[in-house]
Design a protein around this ligand. Structure first.
Ligand SMILES: [Zn+2]
Length: 208
């Protein structure tokens, strides 16, 4: 079976729970990339909900900074690691992967993630720039369905129009014989140890 993972960035915020519910309806799971400074008393229950439903959380930076603009290694480490620490403390959940803000491939940041033992999730298919509110659900749907392929790590966002696009994307993926799983599960199914130090766009790139 063809399998992909989808990781939705910039949570926790609405409509994260609705997106999780739509995915779960197919018996599928996905990942959510969490910005540390968005974690508060109002959003913590959303994260609790998605974790309890089998979804995976990954670090998306404390302040969603451009890695290139962070002056020191220590501050890069803080940016990547702080959300992991917070989620461990608040929800007793261990995040084991990261997606760098702006899909950075900054060498210093990749090295820090490697030293922390964190695989860096990239993007193995298009998203139609779904972070932009002027992009319609139809544009998002077309971008995803035109570029989806086995093993892809999808990068989408927790946004209203992305949530709407799932109504067409998910049934179509099912019709085409795909399944959608968490990043951890995708590696498990393919029998691949998640690599560190390089961005992971399609996990089939790491088949030996
Ligand atoms: Zn982001």
């Amino acid at each position: 079976m063809k399998c992909i993972t989808l990781v939705f960035d910039d949570g926790p915020q609405d409509p994260i729970c609705e997106m999780a519910d739509k995915i779960k309806k197919f018996g599928w799971r996905s990942g959510f990339a969490v910005i540390g400074q968005n974690i508060n008393d109002e959003t913590l229950p959303m994260l609790r909900y998605v974790i309890d439903n089998g979804f995976q959380l990954v670090s998306h930076g404390q302040k969603h900074l451009h890695m290139e603009k962070i002056p020191t290694r220590e501050e890069i480490e803080e940016e990547i690691y702080l959300p992991i620490k917070t989620i461990k403390e608040k929800l007793n959940y261990q995040m084991t992967m990261t997606r760098l803000p702006y899909l950075s491939e900054n060498t210093g940041a990749l090295q820090v993630a490697k030293d922390l033992g964190l695989p860096v999730l990239g993007w193995g298919m298009e998203n139609g720039k779904d972070w932009d509110p002027s992009v319609t659900p139809e544009m998002i749907t077309e971008a995803v369905l035109d570029t989806v392929c086995d093993g892809a790590v999808g990068c989408l966002h927790v946004r209203t129009n992305t949530c709407k696009a799932l109504d067409v994307i998910l049934p179509e993926l099912k019709d085409r014989g795909f399944c959608v799983v968490t990043p951890e599960e995708l590696f498990k199914r393919k029998g691949i140890t998640p690599p560190v130090g390089v961005p992971i766009h399609n996990i089939n790139d790491f088949l030996t």
